[in-house]
Design a protein around this ligand. Structure first.
Ligand SMILES: Nc1nc2c(c(=O)[nH]1)N[C@H]1C(S)=C(S)[C@@H](COP(=O)(O)O)O[C@H]1N2
Ligand SMILES: [Mo]
Length: 202
């Protein structure tokens, strides 16, 4: 048989160095799959802004040049998609959300990230701070491909990758947790890959 589905192997062999880095139920891929719930939006950079604000409260917005003038960093991290692929040592150019959130006065506990195209996803604010969340513009030394969320996407690699909103345009700061797009369809509100929090009730 020339074609053997990977699904028939009881146990996949993960690459060297992967030990302890692949959450339960995941396999390592070398590809970078594209998972989008709709068409790829293409917002011109001169119309792009990123906004953080509390409904009814003050908001802070950055234009593209303002955003790119902020200090950025190279982040090398593993990512884990709920469809069971994990990709090790992905390399991003990104601004820490600590940098952005430090410029907004608030007492919120949760955020809903919103995007061009209408996608949303919810996260606790604490998961975006302390060096655990970024706004990413670059991948592997190149500007982030539109298919992968360019010009800018969230990068929150310690949660399943659906939380890393592509084409992100802002964060809505909230007092209480509200489901985003996939969460409304039964995905887990938090999404810790190490706890296999794939669906509500996991
Ligand atoms: N705006 C937006 N962001 C999104 C998605 C989407 O459909 N729209 N899909 C999510 C899902 S389910 C995953 S696994 C990752 C996929 O990112 P990738 O296409 O760069 O691999 O993006 C997440 N962010
Ligand atoms: Mo996903």
């Amino acid at each position: 048989m020339s074609h053997v589905s990977r699904g028939f192997h009881g146990r996949r062999r993960d690459p060297e160095g992967a030990e302890g880095r692949v959450p339960p139920g995941q396999y390592v891929t070398e590809d970078f799959p594209v998972l989008s719930a709709g068409p790829t939006p293409r917002t011109p950079l001169d119309q792009w802004t990123f906004t953080v604000g509390q409904p009814g409260g003050a908001a802070k917005s950055w234009t593209w040049p303002e955003m790119r003038a902020l200090p950025d960093e190279t982040v090398t991290t593993d990512i884990h998609c709920v469809t069971r692929w994990s990709k090790l040592d992905t390399r991003w150019q990104a601004v820490s959300l600590d940098t952005l959130l430090a410029q907004v006065e608030h007492d919120a506990a949760y955020v809903v990230a919103y995007c061009d195209g209408g996608y949303t996803t919810n996260l606790p604010l604490d998961d975006l701070t302390g060096g655990r969340g970024w706004l990413a513009f670059g991948y592997d030394g190149e500007p982030l491909d539109p298919e992968h969320g360019g010009p800018a996407r969230l990068l929150v690699p310690h949660l399943y990758f659906w939380k890393s909103a592509k084409w992100v345009r802002g964060l809505r700061l909230l007092d209480s947790d509200e489901p985003g797009f996939w969460e409304t369809y039964g995905y887990h509100m938090y999404g810790d890959p190490w706890q296999e929090q794939r669906y509500a009730g996991d």
